[in-house]
Design a protein around this ligand. Sequence first.
Ligand code: FUB
Length: 327
Amino acid sequence: MAPLIKHLYTADPSAHVFNGRVYIYPSHDRETDIKFNDNGDQYDMADYHVFSTDSLDPESEVIDHGVVLKTDDVPWVSKQLWAPDAATKNGKYYLYFPARDKEGIFRIGVAVGDKPEGPFKPEESYIKGSYSIDPATFVDDDGSAYMYFGGLWGGQLQCYQKGNNIFDESWSGPKEPSGEGVPALGPRVGKLTEDMLQFESEVQEITILAPETGEKILADDHDRRFFEAAWMHKYQGKYYFSYSTGDSHYICYAVGDSPIGPFTYGGRILEPVLGWTTHHSIVEFKRRWWLFHHDCELSGGVDHLRSVKIKEIFYTKDGKIVTEKPE
Ligand code: FUB
């Protein structure tokens, strides 16, 4: 499949259907002189564009709505506008984005607009109690809104093992827990306030269980443990939490009966693509289900110059996600 967007490098696509159109909120990758490292410093993005389309057929036109937010617009940000997401509630649109604050710590901010394509006006400060990266917001059928987030290594999730808001510098860098029987660190979820601008209460760690043991997935299980790129969608009353496994390069999913889990590991949605990172979203459009993701084919394999692609996905009768249409 050809990239959906070819005139810019784009990654980490969060897709939503608003007012009958598909809106895509990706990272905007750019060239940089920064040396590659496992902390992800070369992912040095400085603004966001929003894209939209009314068709996901090949060759359909995707509109670039231009820059909707940039580093200089946000008082608390120093650098690295990483994977964003968006949500709508009460007639407003919210763009959620992670970035490093002036102390170099990743936080999550929100900017508000009247239209899905922006412009978005950022709040003065980041969301209180937010940390790490990759926000994904989900508004449930009853109007309750949740934000999922977290990312290991450069995403700093492992720095919070002593508790929310206790940043342990000694875990900074490409590190994570390991060892026999040690459970993997879970992504985080926080319920959002009615105005979508803050957490209603303290954020919680999400549990992802191994189906064969009923116990937490282990830290050394790099093929299945959560690394980054949280996403939530609902299908036939079940909650599907999907994520990237980072250094093993899979997109996986886990299923639960509640938006805050626990979730039981269900399988892989995407095998490794060209490039180190893999990051996705899942959305229903015109009664078909789509996986938005990225790879580095357009840049010839440069890890931090990625392009958004799509792939149709399907469900089996018992709710498993598959990439080929079941008979
Ligand atoms: O785009 C920067 C980072 O790379 C994202 O936040 C991660 O999910 C990974 O895709």
